[in-house]
Design a protein around this ligand. Structure first.
Ligand code: HEM
Length: 330
C-alpha cells in the first residue's frame, strides 16, 4: 500500500513516476517508511538531541532527505524550463516554481520543503487507511459483497476506473473509507499552541481560559467510536451511515483531516486513492484475515498504523472471466 501511495504522491508532487510498485530492489519506497519512527522520536523527545549528536536513525534520515533533495533538484530544472516556456503547471513542483519566476520571495529551500512535506504527508496516512479498509472487508464478507456489486455496476468491463468521475460514482467504497477513518483514524490527534490568550466555549456551557503558548492536544475524532447520538451502534463497522449525505463527512468534533486554515490539502486525493483500492481489490480478490502473526492492532508513531495486518488474497479470475469473456485474464 505504501508503494502505491508513494507512486501516486511522487507523480503529483513532481510528475515523477517512481514505479516502486514494480521495483524489486532498494529505493525510496524502502527508506521512506523508516523515517516515520525517527520523526515520532523527535516529536516526543524532551530536547532536540539531534542538534548535538546523531543516532544511526538520524544519519539514515539525513541520507534519505539528501536522496529526495537530489531527486527534486533533478526535476526542478525541468520544471523551470517548462514554466519559463509558458507551459501551464502540470504538477505541484511546477505550481511552486511559477511564483518563483515572479520573484515572489519563495526560496529553493522552501520549494524543496513543500515537496518533501507533500511526499511524506501523502504516503503513510493514505496507505494505512487503505490497508484498514481491506482488513474490514476481510472481516465483513457482506460489506465486501456490496463493494463488489457496486464495482460491477459502475465499472462494468473496465478492470480499473478510467477517470476521477468514475471513481466519484463508487459511493459505497467511499462510505467504507469514511467508516474506516471513523474507527481507525490515522491522524487521531494534533499538537497545537495558541499564539495569544484565548477563551474557548465548552459544550457544557462553561468557558476555558488558555494563556498564550499553552500546549494543546486536539483529539481529532474524539467520541467517534462511542458517540451513539451521532453514530448509533458506534462500535459497529457500518458504511451505510455515510451514504446519501445522511452524515456530513466532516462533522466536528469528527475531523479526520483536521480543520481551519491548515486543513489537509490532500483530503480529496486520499479519498480517491483509498476508495479506488477498496473497490478494485475488493472486486478482483477474495480477502481473508491471517492471524498467524497475532491480533491486528493499532500503533501510534508519526501517525497511527495497523500492525499484524496480514491477508490471504485469492484472485477471482474465474468469476471475472465468465462475466467478461472479451477481457479475460489469466
Ligand atoms: C487518509 C489520508 C489522510 C489523512 C487522514 C490526513 C490527515 C491530515 C491531518 C489531520 C492534517 C493536519 C490538519 C490540521 O492541522 O488541521 C493533515 C495535513 C496535511 N496533509 Fe493530510 N491526510 C491524509 C492524506 C494526505 C495526502 C494524500 C496528502 C498529499 C498528497 C496530504 C497532505 C497534507 C499536507 C501537505 C498537510 C499539511 C497542511 C498544512 O500544514 O497546511 N495528506 N493531513
Amino acid at each position: 500500500m505504501m508503494r502505491y501511495t508513494l507512486d501516486v504522491t511522487s507523480g503529483l508532487a513532481m510528475g515523477h513516476d517512481l514505479n516502486s510498485l514494480e521495483s524489486t530492489g532498494e529505493g525510496l519506497h524502502r527508506r521512506l517508511p523508516m523515517l516515520f519512527p525517527t520523526f515520532a522520536r523527535r516529536i516526543n523527545s524532551p530536547f532536540p538531541y539531534w542538534r548535538r549528536f546523531k543516532l544511526p536513525q538520524d544519519h539514515r534520515l539525513d541520507a534519505t532527505v539528501d536522496e529526495i533533495k537530489a531527486l527534486v533538484k533533478e526535476h526542478f530544472a525541468h520544471a523551470r524550463t517548462r514554466v519559463a516556456a509558458g507551459e501551464p503547471p502540470a504538477n505541484f513542483l511546477e505550481a511552486l516554481v511559477k511564483p518563483l519566476e515572479n520573484e515572489s520571495g519563495i526560496t529553493d529551500e522552501e520549494v524543496f520543503g513543500n515537496v518533501l512535506t507533500m511526499l511524506l504527508a501523502g504516503e503513510d496516512t493514505t496507505s494505512s487507511t487503505a490497508a484498514w479498509a481491506l482488513h474490514f472487508l476481510a472481516e465483513h464478507p457482506d460489506i465486501a459483497a456490496k463493494v463488489r456489486a457496486e464495482a460491477d455496476e459502475v465499472l462494468g468491463d473496465q478492470r480499473v476506473p478510467g477517470d476521477p468521475a468514475t471513481i466519484g460514482r463508487l459511493r459505497y467504497a467511499e462510505a467504507v473509507v469514511h467508516e474506516v477513518l471513523r474507527l481507525q483514524p490515522v491522524a487521531p490527534m494534533a499538537g497545537l499552541q495558541n499564539l495569544r490568550d484565548m477563551t474557548v466555549a465548552l459544550s457544557d456551557g462553561h468557558e476555558l481560559f488558555l494563556p498564550a503558548n499553552t500546549p494543546i492536544v486536539v483529539l481529532m475524532s474524539y467520541g467517534a467510536r462511542r458517540d451513539t447520538t451521532r453514530f448509533p451502534d458506534a462500535d459497529v463497522f457500518r458504511p451505510e451511515r455515510w451514504l446519501d449525505g445522511r452524515l456530513p463527512a466532516e462533522a466536528l468534533p469528527f475531523a479526520p483531516f483536521g480543520s481551519g486554515p491548515r486543513f489537509c490539502p490532500g483530503r480529496n486525493l486520499a479519498l480517491i486513492e483509498a476508495a479506488m483500492v477498496t473497490s478494485v481489490l475488493g472486486r478482483h480478490f477474495d480477502l481473508a484475515g491471517d492471524r498467524t502473526a497475532g491480533m491486528v492492532r493499532e500503533r501510534m508513531s508519526f501517525s497511527a498504523y495497523p500492525v499484524n495486518l496480514r491477508l490471504h488474497v485469492q484472485a477471482r479470475r474465474a468469476a471475472w472471466n465468465s462475466a467478461n469473456p472479451g477481457s479475460a485474464v489469466r
